[in-house]
Design a binder for this molecule. Structure first.
Ligand code: NDP
Length: 246
């Protein structure tokens, strides 16, 4: 059995997920980094080990629900425990509502919402067995206030907040917490193609007047997933430079 707390971080190959994985490894967790791309995951593991941390890479497509359940159950079995689950993997398929195809809707709901349900369901049992659990779901301010062109994405992210509150209510007495973190605009591949005129508009709407960094989200995940955060549950914390304040 692993002596370190074991943390699964999905979407760990780049962006926010990679920063979360590095941060949790710094915090002394054994990090299981999950994504579809093997190369960037191996690099992540090397970087964590070079810094004195401990990590494993697992490839998994989060839209393959059987594979997601097997992944979570397999990690709990391999390491003898599962303490932290960070559901961060996410995609966008933007389009205006009137033009949005069923496929654009389904793919975003599958990866951003149903995969999280499947992973959380599989994680509950080992967390209950270990009498400790921290579920952290990466939502979005789009799910809090909506965003033109993102009916699918906003619905999935809003769905995460309801799912997370329900988990918090169902398993709170087992020392398992569940929270959402809702990033605003963070500099990653997901936002790198926004036109500069749009970026200027976005900066204007942010109190701190700039986009955030993946490390800003990782710092919040670090606290929410810590032993100290046992009385924080069912919350959605917007880390958005004061853009929404809701
Ligand atoms: P990126 O596009 O930079 O990274 C997405 C990550 O998710 C990658 O590691 C990717 O890995 C993984 N991923 C995507 N689809 C799958 C899949 N089917 N199976 C497994 N892994 C998958 O995104 P960000 O880092 O910007 O975003 C991370 C999270 O934060 C997402 O949930 C996003 O919705 C949320 N968010 C981001 C914001 C931003 O401004 N950047 C704002 C609000 C929320 P691979 O391709 O190797 O599978």
């Amino acid at each position: 059995m692993s002596e370190r707390r074991v943390a699964i971080v999905t979407g760990a190959s780049r962006g926010i997920g990679r920063a979360i994985a590095l941060r949790l490894a710094q915090d002394g967790r054994h990090v299981v980094g999950v994504a579809r791309s093997e190369g960037p995951l191996s690099e992540l593991v090397s970087d964590i080990e070079a810094a004195g941390g401990s990590a494993t890479a697992k490839t998994c497509d989060m839209s393959d629900f059987d594979a997601v359940a097997q992944l979570v159950e397999g990690v709990a079995e391999e390491f003898g425990r599962l303490d932290i689950l960070v559901n961060n993997a996410g995609i966008t398929r933007d389009n205006l509502l009137m033009r949005m195809s069923d496929d654009e809707w389904d793919s975003v709901i599958d990866t951003n919402l149903k995969a999280v349900f499947v992973a959380c369901r599989a994680a509950c049992r080992p967390m209950m067995r270990g009498k400790f659990g921290r579920v952290v779901n990466i939502a979005s301010t789009s799910g809090l206030v909506g965003n033109s062109g993102q009916a699918n994405y906003a619905a999935a992210k809003a769905g995460l907040t309801g799912l997370t509150k329900t988990i918090a209510r169902e398993v709170g007495k087992k020392n398992i917490t569940a929270n959402c973190i809702a990033p605003g605009f963070i500099q990653t591949d997901m936002t790198k193609d926004l036109p500069s005129s749009v970026l200027d508009q976005i900066r204007g709407a942010i109190s701190t007047k700039d986009l955030g960094n993946p490390e800003d989200i990782a710092a919040c995940v670090s606290y929410v997933s810590s032993d100290d955060a046992g009385y924080l549950t069912g919350q959605t914390i917007a880390v958005d430079g004061g853009m929404t304040m809701c």
